[in-house]
Design a protein around this ligand. Structure first.
Ligand code: ZN
Length: 314
């Protein structure tokens, strides 16, 4: 009974506020009879509050709402929102299959975790705004699939642009650059299962792709010498598409090492922060270490991304 009273009070207050807003604001107005119709939709509350509504004829003529077509209502009107917020809480709908579920699909593309990965990369940018640079969209000499995240750590980025500048007429197809923990997790498990013709994959948390210091290309024979000249190291026959940026001289090598250390676990930490924002009751340590709890959380994470995104500025 008290709940009903509360609902009625809140509904009256919300509707009165809505009516006042509708009549006082300069924004397009919702016709008053539509409000009355909304009130009638309120179970048991509507009849109690409907008589208190002013009728259109009692309003001053200068405040007469302009004629407008009544569009179908797609939003939840405030009064109804009050009621639904009192309904028993339901678990939020999962945003796509979990990472564990897509691990078992027949796909061989990490596109299945693209949305989650985009959130992780955005969170990495919150944690360390200058960690990665995005390859220009106008880079005509490189073909980059839209599944690839075209980011590299600054010295690797500059080295790649320099290599491309040396051979403007030769096309370079890039199959992988920056990867997130979600992508590396899939690739590693597909590799372990002998799937997807993956010759080699680092354990999640251990790949230079996660640090923004590696790239995979489709034409290693044509580009090997040029990339090595600018500080990349070819992985060799065991993973002939893969190149790591290690630097040319002592200064660049020290820089590459510094970045490798600084970026280690950045994506894992970004994931842990996103997870914590969405699961405050099951929070993880934000260590950047891909430990067992973090792995279990990643397996349960929605492949299409969390409901609540980046924690930038919060
Ligand atoms: Zn690679």
């Amino acid at each position: 009974m008290r709940l009903k009273k509360t609902i009625a009070t809140l509904a009256v207050a919300s509707i009165a506020a809505l009516v006042a807003t509708q009549w006082l604001s300069c924004a397009p107005r919702r016709p008053i009879d539509e409000l009355a119709r909304l009130v009638k939709q309120l179970p048991s509350v509507g009849s109690a509050v409907a008589p208190s509504l002013p009728s259109p004829s009692s309003a001053p003529s200068s405040a007469e709402p302009p004629a407008m077509a009544v569009a179908p209502i797609v939003e939840v009107p405030p009064a109804l929102a009050v009621v639904s917020s009192l309904a028993p809480a339901e678990s939020p709908a999962p945003l796509g299959p979990t990472v564990a579920a897509v691990l078992d699909t027949t796909s061989c593309s990490t596109d299945v975790v693209k949305k989650l990965s985009e959130q992780i990369i955005a969170e990495e940018a919150c944690l360390r705004p200058n960690a990665f640079q995005k390859l220009p969209d106008t880079l005509m000499s490189a073909a980059i699939d839209d599944v690839v995240f075209p980011f590299l750590a600054p010295p690797a980025y500059e080295a790649l642009l320099a290599a491309l500048g040396d051979s403007r007429r030769e096309r370079l197809t890039i199959n992988s650059m920056l990867r997130t923990i979600a992508q590396q997790y899939l690739l590693f498990h597909w590799y372990k299962r002998g799937r997807c013709h993956i010759k080699l994959a680092a354990a999640p948390g251990r790949s230079n792709h996660q640090s923004g210091l590696a790239l995979d290309i489709a034409q290693p024979n044509r580009w090997k010498v040029k990339l090595v000249r600018h500080g990349f190291r070819w992985m060799g026959a065991k993973d002939k598409w893969h190149f790591d940026f290690v630097g040319r001289d002592a200064k660049e090598k020290a820089q590459a090492k510094r970045i490798s250390d600084a970026h280690a676990g950045l994506d894992v930490r970004a994931f842990q922060r996103l997870w914590n924002k969405n699961h405050p009751d099951e929070s993880l340590g934000e260590s950047g270490v891909f430990d067992e709890r973090t792995e279990q959380a990643l397996r349960r994470a929605p492949s299409a991304g969390f409901a609540s995104q980046t924690t930038c500025g919060k």
